[in-house]
Design a protein around this ligand. Sequence first.
Ligand SMILES: Cc1cc2nc3c(=O)[nH]c(=O)nc-3n(C[C@H](O)[C@H](O)[C@H](O)COP(=O)(O)OP(=O)(O)OC[C@H]3O[C@@H](n4cnc5c(N)ncnc54)[C@H](O)[C@@H]3O)c2cc1C
Length: 388
Amino acid sequence: MDRFPLTRAAALERLERFVPRAGSAYAARRNLVDPQGNHANVSRLSAALRRRLIGEDEVVQSVLAAHRLDKCEKFLAEVFWRTYWKGWLEQRPGVWSAYLADVSAFHPGTMIAEAMAGRTGIDAFDHWARELAATGYLHNWARMQVASIWIFTLGLPWQLGAQWFLEKLVDADPASNTLSWRWVAGLHTPGKTYLADADRIAAMTGGRFRPEGLARVARTPEAASPLPRTPLRTAIALDPALPTLVLLTPEDCSLETVLPDLDVRAVVVADDLAANEWDRMALDDAALRAAAHWQCPVGVANPVAFAALHGCRQVVTGFAPVGPVAAALDALRSRLAANGMVLAEHQRTWDRLCWPHCGKGFFNLKSEIPRLLDQLRPMRSPLSVCLP
Ligand SMILES: Cc1cc2nc3c(=O)[nH]c(=O)nc-3n(C[C@H](O)[C@H](O)[C@H](O)COP(=O)(O)OP(=O)(O)OC[C@H]3O[C@@H](n4cnc5c(N)ncnc54)[C@H](O)[C@@H]3O)c2cc1C
């Protein structure tokens, strides 16, 4: 469990240790996959970033404090890939609902169960399927091979592969996961598929695997016509004058580091929105920090009743991007309104500035990175000041 930091302190410590390796070492070695599962070439910060135990701005600024931009641009680009997927899905929420509908329409057969159990006879795939089950993590390059073999060699529906990952990954994310599977399948950039290759797998795993019988042709699965881009959702802004209940969800587990001064009367933990024990660990940690920061009661309770109990007029939470938490907050918003309260969402500056550039291809966002970094630089001090 400690290999994937799920408290803010552990994430900051991981970041501090990783920073020296985020420059040329990362650029040179990031795609090498250790078959023993020792993934020291990469940060393994995704579980913490996914839950915002730590912010993208903190990671990027700490890395930039130690490396020249041209030496760490590979690492920064990966962090921006996460932002890109989030911002892209925000502008095509129908892709998520269509994926959910497809998943519930399929009936997984024996072949899918055998693949998920790592019993296909394809050595690398079986190894990584078992690693995923045992640890909840796969190296990015291994994820690409597994998804490609699932779709093109085994001929299985990408949606069920994405669902398998979503249920097992410690960093499971509606945007990064669904859209990466679509990217491998050739559905994100029309005509561009990702085909796994036995020699490349041998090269990246130090010769440990050289799977036989891999597909030599990638045929993009049939898909509905592309959904139009929709405007980014605007959240209700918070009102610093109102007595406030802070709602902690797995979407933002370090709100105390980003919220402005508010009249916070109580904090409630949305334990029912935790998808797994990893979410619960992060929420427990968030609750401890929130209690220390706002010096107020913290509970696991119905937010409407808890807000009323503490005389709150607004509930403030972190902005929930497309996914199950956003869907649950839609229902909560109506219940609060019926009780004369508003649900305000705090959108981080990072998302507000970056997402408008994420509606087309990644390279649109990439070309904006230097300008965005300039705008984002004053947001926080580098890591040395953040560490507890
Ligand atoms: C099929 C498939 C499914 C994926 N599903 C998820 C998912 O559910 N959740 C998730 O967070 N990532 C997902 N990824 C992206 C990527 O594999 C992981 O973010 C990365 O492996 C996490 O390990 P790390 O923290 O050591 O990354 P590092 O290499 O240290 O990168 C630093 C950070 O950048 C971000 N990042 C790195 N690579 C990518 C990428 N290709 N796409 C988006 N963000 C990236 C992550 O937040 C990561 O923590 C998926 C990729 C593929 C190919």
